[in-house]
Design a protein around this ligand. Structure first.
Ligand SMILES: [Fe+2]
Ligand SMILES: [Fe+2]
Length: 197
């Protein structure tokens, strides 16, 4: 786990590597993740650190991300490779060890899953996913409802969030990753008490 000095150092690297807007977003996700972590009983400092680095992959161009995915021999499906918006998550996760000395599997996993979500999301993954979509800098329509639900009922907030993400992917004519569908189905099935949820 990173010490305080490491955290300041990592913030400095992120500030240099990301544009101002994305850097502010990263700080917002870090703070929100640490609040949600406190609420749901996962490690707040770890959640802060994960929020801080979750978009590190966005410091690369789509072409660089594809090259890095190859270099790291990431076993990615064609949708993740074809849609640059998706690729920054698994590639960023794969670079955390060499860039920041972060090899904690919980952090690496949550960063890899933060954009699509997935069928088997653990509590820590969910906290990071949700923090990313409700941090104070987010202003899309519907965000207030998700923010309100976030501290009351994690699963309901996540269902609202993934529904919103899928709608926006459709509206923008982007490729929809199957893991997002899996994520939504598992949340909805659990809510309805269906088998497999
Ligand atoms: Fe991201
Ligand atoms: Fe993000």
């Amino acid at each position: 786990m990173a010490e305080m000095a490491d955290l300041v150092h990592i913030e400095e690297i992120m500030r240099k590597r990301l544009n101002e807007e994305l850097y502010q977003h990263s700080l917002g996700v870090a703070q929100t993740a640490s609040l949600l972590a406190g609420r749901y009983g996962v490690e707040a400092r770890k959640a802060y650190l994960t929020g801080l680095v979750h978009d590190f992959g966005k410091s690369y161009t789509p072409a660089e991300l594809r090259r890095l995915a190859e270099r790291k021999r990431l076993a990615l499906d064609w949708v993740a490779l074809a849609e640059p918006k998706l690729l920054h998550a698994p590639v960023g996760a794969a670079l955390l060890a060499e860039e920041f000395g972060i090899s904690d599997p919980q952090i690496v996993r949550a960063v890899a899953l933060h954009t699509t979500g997935g069928r088997e999301m653990n509590l820590f993954d969910k906290v990071i996913y949700l923090a990313d979509v409700i941090e104070p800098g987010r202003s899309y329509s519907g965000v207030e409802e998700i923010r309100e639900a976030a501290f009351k009922d994690l699963e309901s907030a996540l269902l609202l969030a993934v529904n919103n993400t899928i709608r926006s992917v459709l509206a923008r004519d982007m490729l929809l990753h199957p893991d997002s569908i899996e994520f939504r189905n598992s949340l909805l099935a659990a809510k309805k008490g269906m088998e497999g949820g």
